[in-house]
Design a protein around this ligand. Sequence first.
Ligand SMILES: Nc1nc2c(ncn2[C@@H]2O[C@H](COP(=O)(O)OP(=O)(O)O)[C@@H](O)[C@H]2O)c(=O)[nH]1
Ligand SMILES: [Mg+2]
Length: 299
Amino acid sequence: MEVTKEFKSGFVSIIGRPNVGKSTLLNQILGQKIAITANKPQTTRNRILGIHTTKDAQVLFLDTPGIHKATGKLNKYMVDQALSACRGVDAVLFLVEATDRVGGGDDYILDLLAQSELPIYLVINKVDLVAKDKLLPLIQAYSERFKFQEIIPAAAATGEGVERITSLVTQCLPTGPMYYPEDMVTDLPERFIVAEMIREQILHRIHQEVPYGVAVQVETFEERPGKNLIAIQAVIFVGRDAHKRILVGKGGSMIRTLGQESRREIEAFLGTRVFLELFIKVKKNWMDSDRMLSEFGYE
Ligand SMILES: Nc1nc2c(ncn2[C@@H]2O[C@H](COP(=O)(O)OP(=O)(O)O)[C@@H](O)[C@H]2O)c(=O)[nH]1
Ligand SMILES: [Mg+2]
């Protein structure tokens, strides 16, 4: 790629309360799904790097877990991931929902942001869910609450306003090198994204508290040469026996569905056929064990 002389680059973190659409926005910016999304809080557990490269700039977006008042070790880890993603970056995209009133859980985040001197871009997401005449008063109210660099209405799910977000944040980046190869979209290993796609199916299909106590690990990932096939074995860890029974389902029906749906997503992501085997193991209360948290990559 021919790049411009004034090439810009830098980090932009995407923060906000759980469920406002941060991961959906990242996927839409990249035009590719690397972050899982669900209509549930605490879907994203780690910081996720998405790389957006054009001939003018390379923007390194950091998707983060939602910021909320956390209890429990796993939740505290997640919030810490989000807050630390605001240090050493060049700008912050702060997401709220158009359907929310100003304040509430966002005040806490704004008070934290006020202590930094970073440019903060407010994205009012999910504008597809509100009448257009509700938008101006909302923008007005937010602009009185905080000195944002810009206020951008958007709908991450449909793509509305998303190009504008990228071009506005690019303007505030310093000139700098291309840190990653131009065709690279993330630094996450394929194994991690595969495990996340399995967890996403669990979030979509199983309710109550079960998904919050699930961790997924890919144990084997083998390309079968000459066959255009990847064989994957993954383990779903749960904290309780009862959760295992729910995941297995009647006569194994739930685990079968989870396997089929995950395989479909993983095949689309990897661009090959996939042979997927899922196993379920109980690790009692792993979410409160430092050792297990770090084994699952939450440290
Ligand atoms: N209607 C609507 N739903 C959205 C939009 N953006 C995200 N969502 C939905 O909101 C839910 C949470 O999205 P997600 O990206 O996982 O939120 P996160 O927790 O902030 O990362 C999912 O069900 C998304 O499909 C949007 O612009 N409009
Ligand atoms: Mg998310």
